[in-house]
Design a protein around this ligand. Structure first.
Ligand SMILES: [Zn+2]
Ligand SMILES: [Zn+2]
Length: 372
């Protein structure tokens, strides 16, 4: 009997159900975990997703796309399989996909996080025999702070800029991260403006039933409006563009998991970096994997070799699964280069017998950090 789900040149395929999960080429039927561009691609004939994510998916792949949506947890028969979507806690509508055939259960994580996020349903463990997981931040150096600590830092930065007569420009991925940040900041500090890309996604969130603080599109403000003391949310691609000039004097900060690596922040010459991610950190990945009860773990994108090695050391049956998913989106070339360097260096680390592989990885990653 063939494997229930395997990688093909078009994407992860389930032959028994005749469908693909997050395919990277157009297919007949695509089950989509979430609307980020490396998972939801244009051109497939039919799409199936979880209900809360339907409007975001439509916004991303077009008004004409044939999209069917079912509630979280509802079972659907597709040929010889039964499938269902379960919350992944990553962005609005994000799902893990559970696939069952004759009592054998597989789950595909998509992107996920365990940390609370008021803009989407919380992650729910799915018991399975085989778990296909991402590992975007699958290195021990990645450990996120709590939401409380994060927003205390962001609010303090905003308040200080306000006192200094500056605009606070917070750069964050426009789908998911921007809304999560918006919902967490202290709105009593000042007004909040948005870049058009962020605003249009805010509108999709609002129309999907997520409440968000009031914002105004920056470009809709009259000429000569002063933005000192305000918070402006924009995608990272807006950084350093002529658009940014109207915000001067400005303090710019980037909110991304990559900010955990100090060298990246320095190279981007940003005033501030907030390490926050909608992906699991190392400990959350291990916890989530444990909660599935799975004996087989297949790792897709991110530091997959590191995680696989670690899981094998723990006695699990782990391997990699080659995909075209890209990890935390909208990373600049500088970030990609740097994270590749960490990955490469860590992968080249040889694990001496009897030594803790996690420590080895950490020291390898630290070495890279120091070199930068
Ligand atoms: Zn994603
Ligand atoms: Zn991804």
């Amino acid at each position: 009997m063939s494997k229930l789900i395997y990688a093909t040149d078009k994407g992860l395929y389930c032959e028994a159900g005749d469908f693909y999960i997050d395919p990277w080429r157009p297919v007949e039927r695509a089950l989509v975990t979430h609307a980020h561009s490396d998972h939801a691609r244009w051109g497939s004939n039919k799409y199936l997703c979880a209900e809360p994510g339907a409007k975001v998916l439509r916004h991303r792949i077009g008004q004409d796309a044939q999209i069917e949506a079912i509630p979280y947890g509802q079972k659907l028969t597709l040929n010889d399989t039964t499938i269902s979507f379960h919350p992944a806690g990553h962005i609005l509508g994000s799902s893990q996909i559970r696939v069952e055939r004759n009592g054998e259960v597989w789950a595909v994580s998509g992107d996920y996080k365990l940390d609370p996020d008021p803009t989407c349903a919380p992650y729910e463990p799915v018991r399975c025999h085989t778990f296909i997981t991402e590992s975007t931040f699958g290195l021990p150096i990645y450990a996120w702070q709590s939401n409380d600590e994060l927003f205390t830092d962001i609010n303090a930065w905003w308040e200080k800029n306000k006192r200094d007569g500056k605009t606070s420009l917070l750069l964050a991925y426009a789908l998911g991260k921007a809304q999560r940040l918006l919902k967490g900041v202290d709105t009593s500090i000042g007004p909040i403006y948005t870049h058009g890309t962020v605003e249009s996604l805010n509108q999709v969130y609002l129309s999907s039933g997520v409440t968000l603080p009031e914002t105004a599109r920056l470009s809709s403000m009259p000429r000569g409006t002063k933005f000192a003391g305000a918070l402006v949310l924009a995608p990272p691609s807006a950084y350093g563009t002529p658009w940014q000039r109207q915000l001067n004097p400005v303090s710019a900060a980037f909110a991304s998991g990559w900010m955990r690596v100090r060298g990246i922040r320095r190279r981007r010459s940003l005033d501030k970096g907030f390490p926050v991610s909608d992906h699991c950190d190392w400990q959350s990945l291990l916890k989530a994997i444990h909660l599935t009860g799975a004996e087989n773990i297949l790792v897709t994108h991110g530091y997959s070799q590191i995680l696989v090695r670690y899981l094998q050391d723990q006695g699990l049956n782990a391997g990699t699964l080659s995909t075209q998913y890209e990890g935390e989106e909208e990373t600049s070339t500088a970030e990609e280069t740097s994270s590749d360097a960490v990955s490469k260096s860590a992968e080249e680390t040889t694990f001496a017998d009897g030594r803790d592989s996690a420590d080895e990885i950490e020291s390898a990653a630290d070495k890279v950090e120091v070199q930068e």
